[in-house]
Design a protein. Structure first.
Length: 754
C-alpha cells in the first residue's frame, strides 16, 4: 500500500512538471525515469465504446487503455509523461480522438491510429477537449474551453469542428455559454449541452443549424456535466447533478438519466467523493442502446438500461509511465513537541478605536495586543474557531464568524460581560462590518431559505434583519457603511469588471456603481473619512480618491506590493493596516515608509501524552498483509516501538488504548487538495481527512494566508488537523480568481497586474 501511495505522489508531481512538446518519452539522464506496476482498479476514468460494441477505451493515470467489454487484460495505448483523457472512438473503430497536454499546452485534441500507434495533433488552441466524431468520420467537433475546468460542469466554452484530413477549424459557437459536452446526432446534426443555472438548473440540448442559429432538441433536468445520444437518436443520456425536487441535493451524487420521448428516467445513482460533484468523466452508450459503460468506485461497470442493474467489468492493467523528480525525498524539519513557535500567518488586522491595540486572527482564533507589542491575549474562549474578528466602534464588542464549513454563525461577544449572541445562522458568511454608531452589522451570507448570495444587515439593538439581493452573478465582498449610515458599500462583479458599488438602505432604488473603471477593484473599502478607496490587485494594495467620476488610472497609486485582502483603514482613515505572512504593517495614505506593528504572539507546540495502543494489527509490507495483534508505543507523537509489552518498560503515566483488533496503516498523503478554497470555507474538513487516514495534505494554489493558518493549527495546536505542505498563492488572471463568474477571458491563463 505504501508503494501505491508513493506512486500517486510521484504521479501528481510529475504530471504538473511534465508538460513537454516532445512526442517521444524523455531521456533518463534528464531526470526522467520509468515506473511500472500492475493494478486492478481505476479512479474516475473516461470511457468510450467501440462501434461494434466489442471493446472499450478508458483512461487510467493519464493514459489510454483498450479492454474487451467482458473484461480481461487491458492494453496500454499511450505512453510518455503526458496526461491523456476523454477518448472518443472513430465510427470505423480504427482511431481514437482524445484530449492531451502532450504538445505543452493546457490541452488539445489528438488522434491515435490504432493500427500503428502514431499520434497526430488536430487542434492548436490554448485549451481544447471533449472531442466527438462526425458519423461519417470526416470531422471532429470539440469544445474550446475558456478556463482550465476541463472536467467541470460549469466551464464556459465555445464549439468548433475541424476536418480529420486537415485544414483550419470552423468556430460554431462562442464561449459565453456553460457548454458541458458536444456530440453528433445519428443523422449527422451537431448538438451540444448547455447548462443553465436558475433556481432549478437544467441542461438544454442545442442542435446546430447554421452559424448563429440553433434549435432546442430537448431539455434535461439538472446540471448535466456529460450528455450523449444513443444510436437511434431517441434517448439523451446525461451524467451530472439532478438538483430537482425529488432528490437530496448533495455534493457527492452524480446521476445517469435517459430521456425517452418526454419521459425522463433515472438509470443509476452514483456515489462520488465529497466536493467532486462537478467531476463528470465521460461515459459510453452501447451501440444497441441497451447498456451504459462507466467508471465509479474504483471499477469499470456495465449498467443495463432496462432495469439499472450493474455488472462489474473485471480487468488487469500493466501500467507504464514516465515521471520526473528526485528519487529521495528532501529533508524537512517540523516543530518538536514543546518548542516555542510564532504564527506563520496573521489575518484581518484592525486597530481599536483609540488606536492603542490591534485585533487580528491567527491559527483560527481571535487575538488582541497593545500596538507597541505583545503579549497577545485570546479574545474568545473555547475550542471553536473565530474568523474575521472586528471590534465595535466603542471597542467593547466583537463580531466574528464561527461554525462549520457549510453551517456557520455570525457571533457577537461583549468583551466585558463575556455574553455571546448569535446574529445569524446559515451556510456561509464573510466580511462582517460595524456601522459607525455601533447599532448595525453588515456581512455577506448564503442561507438555505434564500437562493444566491445576500447582503445582510442586522440591527443589533432591535434584533431585526434585512437582506438585499446583489444583481448579476458577481460575488459580493467587503460590505461596509457610509459615515452617516445611509449607504452600504460593497465590491461586486455583475459584468466584466469588479468595482465598488453602493446601496441606499432606506427607501427604494437599485445599487449604483460608485467608481467605474477599466480595471478591477477587488475587496474595495471606503475610508472612514470618505476620502479614499483601498483595494487589491492580486496581492498588491492600491489607493484611489473616492471620486465617483474617477476614470482611468492616473490618480490611482500602489501603496504596497503585499497585503492581499488582509487590510483595513485606521479609525481616522489616515492610514492602512495590513498583514502579510507573520508581519503587520501600518502605512499612512499620504505616503512615507511603512511601520511594523510587532506581533507578540507565541505558543508552545503541544506535547502529546505517552500512548500505548494495544491489540492492533499492523500492515506488513513484506508479507503484503496485516500481521497478528501487537502493541504500538508512541512518545512525543512518534512511534518508538512495535511489538509485545513484556519486552519493554512502560512509564507510569502512559495512556492505554485498546484497538480491539483494528488495523494500522501508514498515514495517507493527499497530493492535490483545496482545503482553503473560497478562503476559509473548507477549513473544518480537517477531521474528515484524518477520519479517512489522510495525515498529510499538499495544498494546491490557494490563498497563502489561509494555508499558513491551517499549518499553524497543525503545528502548534492539539486540533485534529493534518500536516500541510503548500507553495503559494494562485495567479489571478485579467479577471481575477472568480473570472468564471462573469465573462472570463478567451485565453486560458493570463498573468497580469490585475
Amino acid at each position: 500500500m505504501s508503494d501505491r501511495i508513493a506512486l500517486l505522489a510521484v504521479v501528481s508531481l510529475g504530471l504538473c512538471a511534465g508538460s513537454i512538446s516532445a512526442q517521444e518519452p524523455p531521456e533518463a539522464e534528464n531526470g526522467w525515469r520509468t515506473i511500472a506496476f500492475e493494478t486492478t482498479q481505476v479512479t474516475a476514468p473516461d470511457v468510450a465504446v467501440s462501434p461494434d460494441g466489442a471493446w472499450l477505451v478508458f483512461t487510467l493515470l493519464g493514459h489510454l487503455y483498450r479492454l474487451p467489454v467482458t473484461g480481461g487484460t487491458a492494453e496500454q495505448l499511450t505512453f510518455g509523461p503526458y496526461h491523456d483523457m476523454d477518448p472518443a472512438i472513430s465510427p470505423d473503430g480504427t482511431r481514437v480522438a482524445f484530449g492531451s497536454n502532450r504538445d505543452g499546452s493546457d490541452g488539445n485534441v489528438f488522434v491515435l491510429n490504432l493500427a500503428d500507434g502514431t499520434i497526430d495533433q488536430v487542434t492548436h488552441d490554448s485549451l481544447a477537449g471533449r472531442p466527438a466524431w462526425a458519423p461519417d468520420g470526416s470531422a471532429i467537433a470539440y469544445l474550446r474551453l475558456r478556463t482550465r475546468s476541463y472536467h467541470c460542469t460549469t466551464g464556459r466554452a465555445g464549439v468548433a469542428r475541424v476536418a480529420t484530413d486537415g485544414g483550419e477549424p470552423e468556430y460554431l459557437a462562442d464561449g459565453d455559454s456553460l457548454i458541458s459536452s458536444v456530440f453528433y446526432m445519428p443523422d449527422g446534426q451537431l448538438a451540444w449541452a448547455v447548462v443553465e443555472f436558475t433556481l432549478r438548473p437544467s441542461t438544454r440540448i442545442a442542435g446546430f443549424i447554421a452559424p448563429g442559429s440553433v434549435e432546442t432538441l430537448a431539455t434535461l433536468g439538472g446540471a448535466m456535466g456529460r450528455v450523449l445520444v444513443d444510436a437511434t437518436g431517441s434517448g439523451f443520456y446525461g451524467r451530472g447533478n439532478p438538483r430537482d425536487g425529488n432528490d437530496v441535493v448533495g455534493a457527492d451524487h452524480l446521476q445517469v438519466r435517459a430521456l425517452e420521448g418526454t419521459e425522463e428516467r433515472r438509470i443509476a445513482t452514483l456515489t462520488m467523493p465529497p466536493c467532486q460533484w462537478s467531476v463528470t468523466p465521460r461515459f459510453a452508450i452501447a451501440p444497441a442502446g441497451d447498456a451504459v459503460y462507466l467508471g465509479e468506485a474504483g471499477q469499470l461497470w456495465k449498467y443495463r438500461v432496462s432495469d439499472g442493474i450493474r455488472e462489474a467489468i473485471p480487468f488487469r492493467a500493466n501500467v507504464t509511465f514516465e515521471v520526473q523528480g528526485p528519487t529521495t525525498p528532501p529533508t524537512m524539519t517540523f516543530p518538536a513537541p514543546g518548542d516555542l513557535q510564532a504564527p506563520r500567518g496573521i489575518l484581518s488586522p484592525t486597530l481599536s478605536p483609540d488606536g492603542k491595540t490591534v485585533v487580528f486572527a491567527a491559527a483560527d482564533h481571535a487575538w488582541r495586543q497593545p500596538i507597541s507589542g505583545g503579549p497577545a491575549e485570546r479574545l474568545v474562549d473555547g475550542d471553536g474557531y473565530e474568523r474575521e474578528p472586528t471590534l465595535s466602534p466603542d471597542g467593547q464588542r466583537l463580531i466574528f464568524i464561527a461554525g462549520g464549513a457549510w453551517e456557520q454563525d455570525v457571533k457577537l461577544l461583549d468583551l466585558e460581560s463575556r455574553e455571546m449572541q448569535t446574529l445569524a445562522t446559515g451556510l456561509l458568511y464573510w466580511s462582517p462590518a460595524w456601522s459607525r454608531d455601533g447599532r448595525q452589522v453588515a456581512f455577506v451570507g448564503a442561507e438555505p431559505s434564500v437562493p444566491g448570495l445576500q447582503l445582510i444587515v442586522v440591527d443589533v439593538l432591535e434584533g431585526t434583519t434585512e437582506r438585499f439581493t446583489v444583481p448579476g452573478s458577481g460575488r459580493p465582498s467587503r460590505p461596509h457603511f457610509s459615515a452617516d449610515g445611509a449607504w452600504l458599500y460593497y465590491s461586486a462583479q455583475p459584468g466584466a469588471i469588479r468595482s465598488l458599488y453602493r446601496l441606499r438602505l432606506e427607501g427604494e432604488g437599485d445599487p449604483e456603481e460608485f467608481i467605474a473603471g477599466d480595471r478591477h477593484l477587488h475587496d474595495a473599502l471606503l475610508s472612514p473619512d470618505g476620502r479614499w478607496v483601498a483595494f487589491r490587485r492580486n496581492s498588491e494594495l492600491w489607493l484611489a480618491p473616492a471620486d465617483p467620476n474617477l476614470r482611468g488610472n492616473e490618480p490611482i497609486r500602489r501603496v504596497s506590493d503585499v497585503g492581499g485582502d488582509n487590510f483595513s483603514f485606521t479609525p481616522d482613515g489616515a492610514a492602512l493596516v495590513y498583514a502579510w505572512g507573520d508581519k503587520v504593517w501600518r502605512r499612512a495614505v499620504s505616503g512615507g515608509d511603512r511601520v511594523e506593528i510587532p506581533i507578540g504572539l507565541h505558543w508552545r507546540s503541544p506535547v502529546p501524552p505517552r500512548l500505548l495502543v494495544r491489540r492492533v494489527r499492523v500492515l506488513d509490507f513484506t508479507s503484503g498483509g496485516f500481521g497478528p495483534e501487537k502493541s504500538i508505543y508512541l512518545e512525543n507523537g512518534r512511534i518508538r516501538w512495535i511489538g509485545t509489552e513484556p519486552e519493554h518498560d512502560l512509564p507510569g503515566d502512559v495512556v492505554m488504548l485498546d484497538a480491539e483488533g483494528r488495523f494500522a496503516i501508514p498515514g495517507l498523503f493527499d497530493m492535490h487538495a483545496h482545503a482553503t478554497a473560497g478562503g476559509w470555507m473548507r477549513s473544518d474538513f480537517q477531521e474528515a481527512w484524518l477520519a479517512y487516514g489522510v495525515t498529510s495534505v499538499r495544498e494546491a494554489a490557494n490563498d497563502l494566508s489561509f494555508s499558513t493558518t491551517l499549518a499553524d493549527k497543525s503545528d502548534v495546536t492539539g486540533d485534529p488537523v493534518p500536516r500541510y505542505f503548500f507553495a503559494g498563492n494562485e495567479f489571478c488572471g485579467a479577471l481575477g480568481p472568480l473570472a468564471w463568474e462573469a465573462n472570463p477571458p478567451a485565453v486560458s491563463f493570463v498573468v497580469s497586474d490585475e
